[in-house]
Design a protein around this ligand. Structure first.
Ligand code: PLP
Length: 371
């Protein structure tokens, strides 16, 4: 019967989405976001497929060091910088570039000599109120950073958008304006745009763009689907039907007996659950695809199993594969059914789910994390 659950990763789709970002922000350099295991797709595989990118952005220093081992030359940016002197020593050792967003990090950097050169990204808070120095401080920051003995190469200035997915909000324009105003006359490279910035806010392109979600093939915009953005889903999550049962009208299904059959029903049990990262909050009616046909999830999602109403899916049998999201079943739609976002669904696909790398959704597997 084969695998219980697996995720296909379409490397051609990944490369095509990368080109969409490159064309949309032509002229800017590209930092691909690889944080959180490349949004659940696998850091090493994604980095290898997109090795033309100008830099990679990653959050966790241990993920960054792992990446450094296979990419000795590539620029790797640590998105929250370092926590303490121990992490700073590792960053120097592994030639990581650092985001600097608070004074304590500057104070640590002051202790380094010219013998520990580091490329620095100064993060400015323009409205998101998460990481970053107040935008009014840019001038004095410049004086501090430019005189650091360890500061190597041009200073990079960055900021992050709070709500760029919403093209009706005026806040993104305001953030762009604050950033550019604050930096007038100061040397250095500029970076503002996430995926939504790249596709919807051309004034945010600057010298560097930082795409994440769009590269993985989900839409970063509230008002446009992935297809309309020219993006193709990279991940397709699959499971299999492990048994099929008949349930009489009026009977109830699963934990808390939350679903009642409104007719005599044929129910398929598929071997995937929240232990694999399928969202427990997916409501009854969330679509899954069996033999190319949409069928509704019914009842509560269990740790390893889900119920699917197969009454209208004639011919489904034990062993058939079930698509949970991917090509022809947009992850954004599943995210809405589970009151979350595509980002979270991608990241939560758990480690026990093997990733199979393919080109163009083909059956031929190039690489499999389980073998
Ligand atoms: C995650 C992240 C991005 C990418 O955001 P997407 O919406 O996935 O494109 C860009 N910049 C920073 C600082 C981030 O943390």
């Amino acid at each position: 019967m084969g695998r219980r659950v697996w995720a296909k990763i379409d490397l051609n789709a990944l490369k095509q989405n990368y080109r969409v970002a490159k064309v949309a922000a032509s002229g800017a350099q590209i930092m691909i976001m690889l944080k959180s295991n490349a949004y659940g797709h696998g850091t090493v595989v994604v980095a290898s497929a997109l090795k033309d990118a100008d830099a990679f952005g990653i959050h966790c220093i241990h993920e960054a060091i792992k990446l450094r081992r296979i990419m000795p030359e590539k620029r790797i940016v640590l998105l929250s910088g370092v926590l303490d002197a121990t992490e700073l020593a590792l960053a120097v050792k592994y030639h990581l570039e650092l985001v600097v967003h608070r004074q304590g990090q500057l104070d640590l950097l002051k202790r380094l000599s010219k013998a520990s050169p580091l490329r620095l990204w100064i993060k400015i808070n323009t409205g998101m109120n998460r990481l970053g120095f107040p935008y009014g401080d840019a001038e004095s920051l410049y004086q501090q950073v430019a005189t650091l003995p360890c500061c190597h190469g041009p200073i990079h200035w960055m900021t992050h958008f709070a709500w760029a997915s919403n093209v009706a909000s005026t806040e993104t324009s305001r953030q762009i304006h604050r950033f550019h105003e604050a930096l007038i006359g100061l040397p250095g490279e500029r970076s503002l745009a996430n995926s939504a910035g790249i596709l919807a806010w051309p004034k945010s392109h600057g010298d560097w763009v930082r795409p994440g979600l769009m590269v993985y093939g989900a839409s970063p915009l509230d008002h446009r689907c992935a297809k309309e953005c020219g993006l193709r889903p990279v991940m397709s999550l699959y499971s299999r039907i492990v048994t099929i049962i008949s349930v009489k009208k009026g009977q109830r299904i699963g934990y808390s007996l939350s679903w009642q059959c409104y007719r005599d029903a044929i129910i398929g049990i598929a071997s995937i659950g929240y232990g694999d990262g399928y969202p427990r909050h997916a409501v009854s009616g969330t679509p899954v695809m069996v033999n190319g046909k949409r069928c509704p999830l019914v009842g509560r999602v269990s740790m390893d199993l889900i119920h699917i109403d197969l009454t209208d899916c004639k011919g489904a049998k034990v062993g058939d594969s079930v698509l949970l999201w991917g090509a022809n079943l947009p992850i954004e739609e599943i995210a809405r059914s589970a009151s979350t976002v595509a980002y979270e669904l991608m990241c939560q696909v758990s480690e026990r789910v093997p990733r199979q790398m393919v080109y163009n959704e083909s059956e031929e597997v190039i690489y499999d994390t389980a073998t």
